[in-house]
Write a protein that binds this ligand. Structure first.
Ligand code: ADP
Ligand code: MG
Length: 380
């Protein structure tokens, strides 16, 4: 029984988690869509405390069963509200001057955009992390207005083929333009930044941004899965008593689809896109891995995305990765490759040889974890 074995070892899991510092990895499984065969799910077990067991239902034999551990797993029934609740403390820390990056990673169709933006804007219950984050930041900043005066600015950037495209908010005159001459804290110093005071402002900006984007992209949906889309929320707070200034920023990143492209089939533009995506996603993985390992060298310069986010990745900054899974058996191999990425960024993979004490502890714990995996497999 997984529950018993896993409960016995919860302490061990928690120790592994504690060693990870400022990097959190959440897994979210999207529900089956109409027409998908629900009998063929690759998800065998999704535990509230972050355990995930996947297997290939079409392959007999238990060897293929794999156990993964996250800070949290959201099953198919999890609502936008629940997902946000566990993200909220991280988001609120931006108002205390922290920098935060939240990513959605996974193959196309696994629910990245659903988690970050939501399926529609019209109904609040559909809102994804980004609208909920803005709403919450307005709410909290308003409630603190007698002690801290906050200003909130947003911008939206897309990275396609290692090029940065600023498609949002460019021809907007009704709202104030954020002054970008800040010594630090600004990830995109040359992009126009817009002050927003309410969700009405935000939704107006989003509409303009989306329109700008739709007219600039020939095949919008086609491209959206192959570009990274970054919504950045910058916060400036002035303490009304001491007159001190604090800055924080939140980057919400809907990453390009992580699926591998068949090299024998892709040619021309498609191949070039795939190569750029591979390059930038692995550069992101390398950066987060280096941070999780507290490595002295963090390779930010290997992609546009990591350069853009450099000031908000590492140091005191906090990172959250949503690892999105499609439970369908047809996605099994992509699911495994997504989970391998997750394992890598959570910084506890076995191959990570490190001489310092922390690295060694993680290795020992991981060895115990793999004996646990064996024990679970034997029980069946
Ligand atoms: P991605 O951005 O990773 O390509 P999407 O977010 O567009 O994937 O999701 C693909 C499809 O699955 C969409 O139709 C979306 O509405 C649906 N979907 C994704 N996640 C969920 C969820 N948690 N609940 C209901 N439907 C979902
Ligand atoms: Mg998407």
């Amino acid at each position: 029984n997984y529950h018993v074995v896993l409960a016995e070892n919860r302490k061990l899991y928690n120790e592994v988690q504690d060693l990870k510092g400022n990097i959190r990895v959440y897994c979210r499984i999207r529900p089956f869509l109409p027409g998908q065969n629900q009998n063929h799910s690759t998800i065998e077990f999704a535990g509230e405390d972050g355990e995930l067991i996947v297997s290939n239902p079409l392959k007999q034999g238990k060897d293929s069963r794999k156990l993964f551990k996250f800070n949290k797993v959201f099953g198919q029934a999890a609502s936008q509200e629940e997902v946000f609740r566990d993200t909220q403390p991280l988001i609120r820390s931006v108002l205390d001057g922290y920098n935060v990056c939240i990513f959605a990673y996974g193959q196309t169709g696994a629910g990245k955009t659903y988690t970050m933006s939501g399926p529609s804007l019209s109904s609040k219950s559909d809102w994804g992390v980004n609208y909920r984050a803005l709403h919450d930041l307005f709410h909290i900043s308003h409630s603190r207005r007698n002690s801290i005066m906050y200003e909130i600015g947003v911008q939206m950037v897309e990275i396609y083929n290692e090029q940065q495209i600023k498609y949002c908010f460019l021809d907007l005159h009704t709202l104030g333009i954020w002054n970008t001459t800040q010594p630090n804290g600004l990830a995109v110093p040359d992009a126009s930044m817009h002050s927003v005071n309410s969700m009405t402002d935000v939704l107006e900006l989003m509409n303009i941004g989306m329109t700008n984007r739709a007219t600039s992209a020939t095949a919008l949906n086609e491209r959206s899965s192959r570009s990274h889309s970054v919504l950045s929320i910058h916060v400036r707070g002035t303490d009304l008593k001491t007159n001190t200034l604090l800055r924080g920023c939140l980057h919400l990143v809907d990453l390009a689809g992580s699926e591998r492209v068949d090299r024998s089939e892709a040619t021309g533009d498609r191949l070039k896109e795939a190569q750029h995506i591979n390059k930038s996603l692995s550069a992101l993985g390398d950066v987060i891995f280096a941070l999780a390992q507290k490595s002295s060298h963090v390779p930010y310069r290997n992609s546009k995305l990591t350069q853009l986010l450099q000031s908000s990745l590492g140091g005191q900054a906090k990172t959250l990765m949503f690892v999105q899974l499609n439970p369908d058996v047809a996605s099994y191999s992509e699911t495994i490759s997504t989970l391998k990425f997750a394992e890598r960024v959570s910084g506890v993979e076995l191959g990570a040889a490190r001489s310092n004490k922390e690295g060694k502890d993680v290795r020992e714990l991981m060895e115990q974890l793999s004996s646990l995996k064996d024990a679970i497999t034997r029980k069946d």
